[in-house]
Design a protein around this ligand. Structure first.
Ligand SMILES: [Zn+2]
Length: 317
């Protein structure tokens, strides 16, 4: 059995790249998922480039798509300013909730961005998120890093830090964001079109506070990540990555006990019981046939007729 500190980190990690590339499926994920990491990079004077894949126009059906797109781009820019990022975000403007139907072009765009930005740390949505756009963006990044040999040699050594938003996972890195948590909350508050629909600030605060459970008392707020190096992603199949991010670890550690040798299965037990019942019923039929034979025999016998006659004579027939 693994110990707790082998399942979740007990120490905060300083996850700091020279060039951080943030991939956000929607305009707000850069704040919700890794706003603390972004602020830490900005504070340390590192390069931060944020790419927002979809236009976020599907979140509120009461707002028309063009208005929503403009509003959400502005909210993202305001939020990034609160995190200390002055560099403008790159909006790909793909249709919200429909990333899956743009997978090929998304892969090509990501490849171009990776070559242009040459990041040594990529913050990306978790492959096991609830929202389909998050999963598709994670998959597109994985496909490019996994299968593109030319890209491999062109990129510097680096890592992907997968972040969580709607589906908590099993992290291998916890980043203490206590010092920048106010900036993160302020950045989330900039996405008023979204926090007005649902209280995302409260959900993320709860998640980030929970993530300090295994850290020292000085850590009040932390972001969790699953970090995998570019090299690991080159060799690891997608299914293995997903199992690594959200393992059913108890099942993995202690596989189901092997069935007892020669022990009948439930179906075999059921068949045996049915066979026994059929045998009992057949025995009963045979007994009824035997008794019927005796009755017929008695009817045909002289003795029976004699008794019948005596019965009539004595008034009992
Ligand atoms: Zn999202």
């Amino acid at each position: 059995m693994l110990q707790e500190n082998e399942l979740v980190p007990f120490e905060a990690k300083l996850l700091l790249g020279e060039r951080l590339l943030v991939l956000a499926p929607h305009p707000d994920d850069e704040a919700l998922g890794c706003g603390g990491l972004v602020a830490l990079h900005a504070n340390a004077g590192k390069q931060v480039h944020v790419v927002v894949a979809t236009d976020g126009s599907a979140a509120d059906p009461s707002v028309d798509a063009n208005t929503a797109r403009t509003l959400r781009e502005r909210e993202t820019s305001l939020g990034l300013a609160r995190l200390g990022v002055s560099r403008p975000a790159e909006f790909l403007g793909l249709p919200d909730r429909l990333l899956a139907s743009n997978l090929d072009s998304l892969r090509a765009t990501l490849r171009e961005i990776l070559l242009r930005q040459r990041p040594d740390l990529v913050a990306a949505p978790s492959p096991v998120e609830l929202h389909p756009d998050h999963v598709v963006l994670a998959r597109a990044l994985f496909d490019v890093l996994h299968g593109d040999a030319a890209l491999r040699s062109a990129l510097p050594p680096g890592s992907v830090a997968f972040y969580e938003v709607g589906q908590p996972f099993q992290p291998n890195a916890l980043v203490d964001i206590t010092g920048v948590s106010e900036a993160k909350e302020a950045a989330i508050a900039c996405h008023a079109s979204q926090t007005g629909l649902r209280d995302y600030g409260r959900f993320i605060r709860g998640l980030n506070e929970f993530r300090t459970m295994t850290l020292g008392a000085e850590a009040r707020v932390a972001e969790a990540f699953v970090v995998a190096s570019f090299d690991e992603l080159r060799t690891m199949p997608w299914s293995e990555l997903c199992a690594f991010v959200l393992p059913r670890w108890q099942g993995r550690l202690e596989p189901d006990a092997a069935p007892e040798p020669n022990a009948p299965s439930l179906r075999e037990e059921h068949n045996l019981a049915a066979e026994k019942q059929t045998a009992v019923i057949n025995d009963l039929y045979r007994e009824i046939e035997r008794l019927n034979g005796i009755v017929n025999e008695v009817h045909r016998s002289r003795l029976w007729k004699l008794r019948e006659s005596f019965g009539r004579l004595t008034g009992r027939g």
